[in-house]
Design a protein around this ligand. Structure first.
Ligand SMILES: [Mn+2]
Length: 342
């Protein structure tokens, strides 16, 4: 049986009954978890995830009649030295290999990855339509130190600058060791773009801030387990597609999609682009979302789609379930509509 393009609920870190019930209520078929900040479900005290914990997590999801589509991000601390070529690099890579093997054994097919030692940066939040609260980035404010400890934590207390060459070399070194294990374990590693997609932040170069950077990485370490977590919001931030010229995002989607390299989608968008943008609901950003979903359909994308960074709506919960409800339902309708095309 082949898979079809489908929608999941994602980006939360704990398999609570509330979260899984909410996923059922939305009518999605599966969930994804994002564990950049860790999770009580998957302790990584030894630097890797244990197979018993992975199995328990998957079972809980399956007990709700849901599919565990992917886990995104091991906690940053357990691969920080791999990104920066620190003293524990090889130990951390060995741990990552254990995580991959254990995920394979538990039957969890995708592990999301980002290569941002100092994570996602945002400047103070903005408001969107009707006063929804959205994240924003303004390079000028960021350079002036006006960074919020909001979306993801910022701590760039590194003692020196890191060049593009070395950050990329570290990625290649890491993937040359991770991917063979991933292939053997039947797990795919999905790399997420840099957010914001700029050349350097806090003295650390970023190596996934242009569409061609993914091409460079895939060619440097070719593997069927090497592909993208295509964050449409990041591509929108980097190539700036306004409604009259959205080819940049769609071209990248087509290029990687046709090659089977989009392992899953973050379907979000922004208004504006680097060096200044703010997030928004799908359909009111740079990208023509109908054209985007058609493109995914045309290239035969058969993975799952989640929303990402959803706006915080009136009386929303801390995990913004109202924002998720709107965005997920919107994406489900797009998928349903496109699935009826030839
Ligand atoms: Mn994303």
């Amino acid at each position: 049986m082949t898979d079809k393009m489908r929608v999941a609920l994602g980006q939360y870190n704990i398999a609570t009954d509330e979260y899984l019930t909410f996923a059922k209520q939305l009518g999605v078929g599966g969930v994804q978890f994002n564990l950049h900040a860790g999770s009580p479900d998957l302790p990584a005290a030894d630097g890797y995830w244990h197979v018993a914990d992975l199995r328990r997590l998957k079972q809980k999801v399956n007990d709700y009649g849901l599919r565990l589509e992917a886990i995104e991000n091991v906690p940053r601390a357990v691969y920080m030295d791999a990104m920066l070529n620190g003293p524990r690099r090889d130990q951390q890579i060995a741990n990552y290999q254990r995580t991959l093997r254990n995920m394979g054994e538990a039957g969890i097919p995708i592990l999301g990855l980002n290569w941002m030692p100092n994570l996602v940066w945002r400047t103070p939040a903005a408001t969107g339509r009707g006063g929804v609260i959205v994240t924003a980035f303004d390079m000028e404010r960021a350079l002036a130190g006006d960074i919020v400890d909001g979306y993801l934590t910022v701590d760039s207390a590194e003692d020196r600058e890191y060049s593009e060459e070395e950050i990329f070399a570290n990625y290649v070194y890491f993937m040359e060791r991770a991917l063979p294990v991933a292939e053997e374990a039947g797990v795919k590693i999905a790399i997420h773009p840099d957010d914001p997609p700029v050349a350097s932040l806090g003295g650390i170069a970023r190596v996934f801030h242009k569409p061609e950077h993914f091409q460079r990485a895939l060619e440097a370490v070719p593997s069927p387990s090497h592909g993208l977590d295509f964050c449409m919001g990041c591509f929108s931030e980097m190539v700036y597609a306004d409604k009259s010229n959205n080819d940049g995002v769609l071209d990248a989607m087509r290029y990687f999609g046709e090659r089977g390299k989009i392992f899953y989608m973050h379907f979000r968008d922004v208004q504006g682009c680097v060096p200044r943008f703010q997030e928004c609901f799908p359909g009111e950003g740079n990208v023509d979302v109908v054209a985007a979903i058609k493109t995914l359909h045309e290239v035969g994308f058969d993975g799952f789609i989640i929303d990402d960074h959803v706006p915080e709506m009136l009386d929303d919960s801390d995990w913004r379930h109202r924002g998720h409800a709107y965005s997920t339902g919107y994406i489900m309708a797009l998928v349903e509509a496109v699935s009826q095309l030839a």
